[in-house]
Design a protein around this ligand. Structure first.
Ligand SMILES: [Zn+2]
Length: 104
């Protein structure tokens, strides 16, 4: 069953997936409380947030794999369908995410 979206962009439009993914990310950020779990940053801008899996290091779970964006897309769609986000996934701001993966 296809997920309905509120974008108003037709499925055949090349912008569809981009707009749809932004909508999914917005949903996930709100569901996770719109607050960085590390530093507490709260922002109205979705682009400052990343999703971090606890226990994930820089070389695992696709961060440096070519398929990382595809993996994230599938993950977001799965979360939305289930209306649930795994508890090991934390909302984190991009600065804290970089520090977690590349600190020092
Ligand atoms: Zn942060």
């Amino acid at each position: 069953m296809p997920i309905s979206n509120k974008t108003g962009v037709p499925r055949k439009d090349p912008r569809y997936m981009v707009v749809y993914l932004k909508e999914l990310k917005h949903w996930a950020i709100d569901k996770l409380g719109r607050k960085c779990s590390e530093c507490g940053l709260v922002s109205e801008y979705d682009c400052v947030y990343d999703f971090h899996h606890e226990g994930e290091d820089s070389w695992s779970k696709g961060h440096y794999q070519q398929s990382a964006s595809t993996k994230r897309t599938k993950e977001l769609i799965k979360w939305k369908k289930a209306n649930s986000i795994p508890t090991d996934c934390k909302l984190i701001c991009s600065n804290c995410h970089r520090i977690k993966h590349h600190g020092n």
